[in-house]
Design a protein around this ligand. Structure first.
Ligand SMILES: NC(=O)c1ccc[n+]([C@@H]2O[C@H](COP(=O)([O-])OP(=O)(O)OC[C@H]3O[C@@H](n4cnc5c(N)ncnc54)[C@H](OP(=O)(O)O)[C@@H]3O)[C@@H](O)[C@H]2O)c1
Length: 251
C-alpha cells in the first residue's frame, strides 16, 4: 500500500503538535526538519543538549522555533514521562503525533558475550521507554481527534538473526506492540503504525557496516517524508500496520 506523494508537502501537518523522540539522531534530525516544513509545531526530545541546540538553531533559521526537551530515556521513570506529557499539555494544550526514532545499539555481538547491562539497556531504551512515553501521552493523543504514533522499527526479519542481541529482540517487541496497541485502542482516534525504513546512512548504521563499503544505505532525508506521511491524515491506511515503503518519496 502506498501513501500519496502529496503527504510530504508543506501543510500536511499544519496546526499539529508533534513530539520527535530522538530528534538529534540521523533520522530524528531529518524528520524534525521535514515535520517543521510540513507545518507542525515541534517538541524535540534528545539526551544531548548541544545537539538539540544546534537543531533548534537550524529550525529557527527556517522560521520554526521548536520546544526542546532534554531527557535520557535510559534513566527516565514513568513519572518523568508523565511530567513530559503534562508539560506539553501546559505549553501547547494538545499533542497530535509522536515519532519514535531514538535507538540504542552498540554493535553486533554474540548473545553469549553480551555485557548484561548493554542487553538490558537495549531492551529498555528501544522498547520499554518507547512504551512508557507513549502510555503517558495517550490521553493527550486521544484528545487530538487524529492522534498518530509512529515507531521506527529495524526490520525484525533481519534483526532477529544472529548477533543483533537486545536491539534485535526489541525490534520484534515493537512489531508486536503496534498491532497489540491498535487492537486495544479499537476505533479510538489514535493511530499506531510501524515504519520499517530502508538502510540509512546514520551513526547507528555505521555500528554494523563499514561506511565506505556501504552501497545500499540512503540518506535519512529520503525517509523523513514517510514519517510526515504517517503523522498526517494520509497515514490513516497504515493504522495498526507495519509499513516498509518500497518507493522512496521525494524529500
Ligand atoms: N539507520 C538505519 O539503517 C536504520 C534502518 C532501519 C531502522 N532504523 C531505525 O530508525 C530509527 C532511527 O535510527 P538512526 O539510524 O537515525 O539512529 P541514530 O542516528 O543513531 O540516532 C539514534 C538517536 O537515539 C538517541 N538515543 C540513544 N539512546 C538514547 C537515550 N538513552 N535517550 C535518549 N536518546 C537516545 C541518540 O542520541 P545521541 O545523539 O545522543 O547518541 C540518537 O540521537 C531507529 O529506531 C532505528 O532502529 C534505522
Amino acid at each position: 500500500m502506498s501513501v500519496p506523494a502529496s503527504a510530504g508537502v508543506p501543510g500536511a501537518l499544519d496546526g499539529r503538535v508533534v513530539l520527535v523522540v530522538g530528534a538529534s539522531g540521523g533520522l530524528g534530525e531529518a524528520a524534525s526538519l521535514a515535520c517543521a516544513e510540513a507545518g507542525a509545531s515541534l517538541v524535540l526530545l534528545g539526551r544531548r543538549v548541544p545537539k538539540l541546540n544546534r537543531l533548534h538553531d537550524r529550525l529557527q533559521k527556517a522560521g520554526a522555533a521548536p520546544a526542546l526537551y532534554p531527557l535520557d530515556l535510559e534513566g527516565a521513570t514513568p513519572d518523568d514521562h508523565a511530567e513530559l506529557a503534562a508539560r506539553i499539555d501546559a505549553e501547547f494544550g494538545r499533542l497530535d503525533g509522536i515519532v519514535h526514532v531514538a535507538a540504542a545499539f552498540e554493535g553486533l555481538t554474540p548473545l553469549e558475550l553480551t555485557d548484561p547491562a548493554t542487553f538490558a539497556r537495549a531492551l529498555h531504551v528501544n522498547l520499554t521507554a518507547r512504551w512508557w512515553l507513549t502510555q503517558a501521552c495517550l490521553p493527550l493523543l486521544r484528545r487530538s481527534g487524529d492522534g498518530s504514533v509512529v515507531f521506527a522499527i529495524d526490520d525484525p526479519a533481519r534483526t532477529t538473526g544472529a548477533y543483533w542481541g537486545g536491539y534485535g529482540l526489541a525490534q520484534a517487541g515493537l512489531s508486536a506492540l503496534v498491532g497489540m496497541l491498535q487492537a486495544e485502542l479499537g476505533d479510538a482516534p489514535v493511530r499506531v503504525s510501524g515504519l520499517l525504513p530502508p538502510p540509512m546512512r546514520t551513526p547507528l548504521r555505521a555500528k554494523a557496516h563499514v561506511e565506505a563499503e556501504d552501497r545500499v544505505a540512503r540518506s535519512p532525508v529520503e525517509v523523513a517524508a514517510h514519517c510526515v506521511a504517517l503523522l498526517s491524515p494520509a497515514g490513516a491506511p497504515h493504522r495498526g500496520q507495519l509499513w516498509s515503503p518500497g518507493a522512496v518519496l521525494p524529500a
